[in-house]
Design a protein around this ligand. Structure first.
Ligand code: ANZ
Ligand code: ZN
Length: 821
């Protein structure tokens, strides 16, 4: 066929780029181009690149290449998020060290990225599993520890029975492990945490800086995840207990409607409050409840259950005695682990009351019927009833009044509550950053001194040494574990847990600014020049994981005086997924598409073009609905146009005298492609380039002919705009057009305003009643614009000379008459 040889083009240009490194960010302070930082979420080296990578990196590359074309000094680095479980599981299976699998996959992916033609600065490459990198995770941990932002506590944690490790709340998705999808169970363990809750308010409030640049749905997910609510803490006296028990409520106005009190069944408080008569029943219930997963516990479908604890609490407003129950629908780790139940106005409480025959008292009349009769709790606006001093008030006023009363009595106070929990950091697995703490029988927790970092992973564990056992495999490496206490010199032991790998990804954008620095995690001056990231590109699955953690880290580093900004990512683009036949690709469905095969069949450019052209970047690409073969045909057409134009004229030809119609089309397309790329409608931009190819073909065949300067201009614009998605064909076309350097840098064109005029009208300009010039203007040109253009005309200026202008008659769009003295 007459198709270009994609493989040959790829080899040719890869070699050229490897030699010339056109995408290296420039650190020279004399370089005055505006700097920008474009970052794709770095990959996990799970195997070779797949279709998902191909899509994400094609989108990120459009952004980066556009900025290169606009003449910016772009930082577009690449590295690997190379710690984590899959490497460890592969090592167990193969009897090897996780490093072998990890670094082999990294090499594979690096090679594939080069082939894929992504505009990376390869000189800044990093791998988080290198000690040169992870030593700084340890250094940060120690700084956090000094600031009381890292601490260890015993508590109920999420445990993945499959992966045999704890998980952060963020890694539990609908009650299942984010990685292996096993149902998560609860265990009580002594674990390390980062105190992210100290930053809850700032994580919420600083989102005002992200409203322009981040997708609304990600902001909403973060807001809900942090879950700030305003309400009150109310102290209930418990009969027979000295200390009152505090509950958190968002509805202090409903206090008179609280007809019973519920403690989380798995909280220590339930055990403490249980009377001897109820003990047996309670313990049976608790055992039953412990078997449930979080999914089951939180299900609204499930019939509510609970057990009376044989005790009474006293409502601080009404002084009424109310029974204390234990139930599993109240969560031990939220609020204070106990609630005042208001069945009339909270559906969960109402279901419980109906189930267990407890009284329901309406305290806010909403006109929607009494919940005691309808079984539907009312939550809207209305008038307070059955509430002593609150009667007759509206809800908001009643909330304020009740908080006032409680504060006066000293039995309650306004309070803010968050859903966000501290970040559980420890993992009981091997392939991660060792926690730099030494446990000494005499001195307790002792930080590893900075000068002893990194605490490197031992390299003699492999295969079955890494079998998950519920404790870290590091515990078995006794040579590694047993050390002298840095404080007293006595026998002590290293902490054997490793850090959550989300620590690694929380600060890698900063590391790229000075990737080889060995005296600090990054150079603050360099970060000040490049940071924050202008455009971040990656999947929405990180909305409450990586993105929340990276924001937290940035704020802490800001407080430590290391970075000048508080938000790491100014703009965020979430690309969609590549699916096939309407379904996510999966082994079990057998609908996987192999990226390597697609590239072999159609070439890199056609695959990239197909990804970007399929839909707006946020949408999924269904590979069953697209045609890489059609993309390839288009690229062939484009290359032929560039080739023919190149053969017919030389670079530097002035387009001014060229075919006007084609020139108009070209400049309108420049304008539309530019605005489409800026609005991240990359698919629309490509559609416009396709139109330009068609118009240029037509001009060559049946119009002005290949040698017309307008054809060269159009062909060059095709090469430049196409370079955002099809780097090989556009480099080749650019070369055939007679250029020597890379097409990719600083070649973007700006549309000439005159040529953007839709349909132009010829305007006659007279000087002293004689026609002296003709202007092409828009039909709706304004008086001022027309006058300005007439006076700017060199011909008109020549005839006016130094005579005085007496009067200018402007009749848009057709006539300007200049009366001179
Ligand atoms: C009384 C009440 C009356 C409530 C009413 C709601 C409506 P958010 O907004 O999510 O913060 N609650 C408090 N601690 C709880 C726990 N540990 N487990 C389960 N539920 C708990 O929710 C706050 C509300 O959730 C609180 O306000 C409390 O119920 C419940 F008409 O108190 B409310
Ligand atoms: Zn000691």
């Amino acid at each position: 066929s007459d198709s270009y040889d994609a493989r040959a083009l790829q080899e040719k240009w890869q070699e050229r780029w490897a030699k010339e490194n056109p995408f290296e960010a420039n650190e020279d302070p004399a370089d005055e181009r505006p700097r920008s930082y474009v970052l794709d979420m770095f990959p996990y080296p799970s195997g070779d690149l797949h279709m998902g990578h191909a899509e994400a990196f094609a989108m990120g590359d459009v952004v980066a290449r556009y900025r290169f074309q606009r003449g910016e000094n772009v930082l577009h680095p690449i590295g690997w998020d190379s710690f984590g479980l899959p490497a460890e599981n592969a090592a167990i299976k193969n009897g090897t060290h996780p490093a072998e699998w990890t670094y082999a996959n990294i090499e594979k992916q690096a090679e594939s990225f080069r082939q894929y033609g992504v505009s990376f600065d390869w000189t800044r490459r990093l791998h988080t599993s290198d000690p040169e990198y992870y030593q700084w995770n340890q250094w940060f941990f120690l700084r956090f520890y000094e600031r009381d932002l890292a601490y260890r506590k015993e508590g109920l944690v999420n445990w993945c029975p499959q992966d045999q490790t704890v998980l952060a709340n963020e890694q539990v998705v609908q009650g299942r492990c984010e990685r292996c999808h096993s149902e998560v169970v609860r265990r009580s363990l002594n674990q390390w945490y980062f105190r992210i809750t100290d930053y809850a308010d700032r994580l919420l409030d600083d989102m005002s800086q992200l409203e322009e640049g981040w997708p609304e749905r990600v902001l909403t997910m973060q807001r809900n995840w942090i879950g700030r609510s305003y309400g009150a803490d109310i102290d209930f006296t418990i009969e027979g207990r000295d200390e009152p028990v505090t509950v958190y409520t968002t509805r202090p106005d409903t206090l008179y409607g609280s007809t019973f009190f519920v403690v989380a069944a798995d909280a220590a408080l339930a055990d403490e409050l249980c009377s001897p008569e109820q003990r047996a029943e309670f313990e049976a219930y608790r055992e039953q409840a412990a078997k449930l997963t979080d999914i089951q516990r939180q299900s609204t479908e499930r019939t509510k259950t609970g057990v009376f604890l044989g005790r009474y609490a006293v409502n601080p407003a009404s002084q009424e005695r109310i029974p204390v129950w234990a139930a599993d629908y109240v969560l031990a780790e939220y609020g204070h682990g106990a609630i005042m139940a208001v069945p009339a106005h909270d559906q969960r409480d109402l279901d419980f009351a109906f189930q267990l025959g407890l009284p329901v008292r309406e305290v806010l009349d909403t006109g929607e019927g009494n919940p005691a009769e309808t079984g539907v709790a009312t939550t809207g606006e209305g008038t307070m009833v059955n509430s002593g001093p609150l009667d007759g008030l509206a809800k908001e006023e009643a909330i304020r009044r009740m908080v006032g009363i409680l504060e006066e009595q000293g039995t309650g106070r306004g309070a803010v509550n968050y859903r966000l929990r501290d970040w559980l950091l420890s993992r009981q697995r091997f392939w991660g950053t060792p926690i730099p703490i030494i446990h000494c029988p005499d001195c307790g927790e002792v930080p590893v001194p900075d000068e002893e970092l990194p605490v490197k992973l031992p390299d003699d564990l492999r295969g079955s040494d890494l079998d998950p056992k519920g404790v870290s495999p590091l515990a078995a490496a006794t040579d590694w574990v047993n050390v002298a206490c840095p404080q007293c010199g006595g026998a002590a032991q290293r902490d054997t847990d490793t850090m959550d790998t989300f620590v690694d990804s929380s600060w890698y954008p900063l590391r790229y600014c000075s990737p080889n620095l060995d005296t600090a995690p990054f150079d603050p001056e360099s970060v000040a020049k490049w940071g924050p990231v202008d455009q971040y590109v990656g999947g929405v699955e990180h909305a409450t994981l990586h993105l929340l953690y990276a924001r937290f880290f940035t704020k802490v580093l800001h407080d430590m005086g290391m970075v000048g900004f508080v938000e790491p990512f100014t703009r965020l683009l979430n690309q969609g997924q590549v699916i096939n036949g309407g379904r996510a690709m999966s082994k079990s469905l057998g609908n996987g598409i192999d990226l390597g095969e697609e590239i072999d069949n159609y070439g890199v450019d056609a695959v990239r073009l197909t990804m970007v052209f399929a839909s707006p970047p946020e949408d999924d690409v269904d590979w069953a609905d697209v045609s890489p073969a059609a993309s390839l045909r288009f690229l062939n057409r484009a290359l032929r146009v560039m080739t023919e134009a190149g053969a017919a004229s030389a670079p530097g030809t002035d387009p001014a005298g060229g075919d006007t119609e084609l020139r108009r089309t070209t400049h309108q397309i420049i304008d539309k492609v530019t605005s489409s790329v800026e609005m991240q409608r990359f698919n629309v931009a490509i559609a416009r380039v396709m139109e330009l190819v068609t118009a240029t073909r037509k001009a060559i065949d049946t119009g002005c002919g290949a040698a017309d300067p307008a054809v060269r201009e159009a062909a060059e614009v095709i090469a430049v705009t196409l370079s955002l998605v099809a780097p090989y064909v556009s480099e080749e076309g650019w070369e055939r057009l007679g250029h020597t350097g890379s097409v990719a840098i600083g070649n973007w064109r700006t549309a000439e305003p005159e040529l953007l005029v839709q349909e132009s009208v010829t305007c006659v300009v007279q000087v002293a009643n004689k026609v002296r010039d003709k202007l092409e203007v828009a039909p709706d040109v304004s008086e001022e614009e027309l006058e300005r253009r007439a006076l700017a005309s060199p011909k008109v200026q020549g005839f006016v000379g130094d005579r005085e202008i007496r009067k200018i008659v402007v009749r848009p769009p057709k006539l300007v008459n200049i009366v001179v003295g």
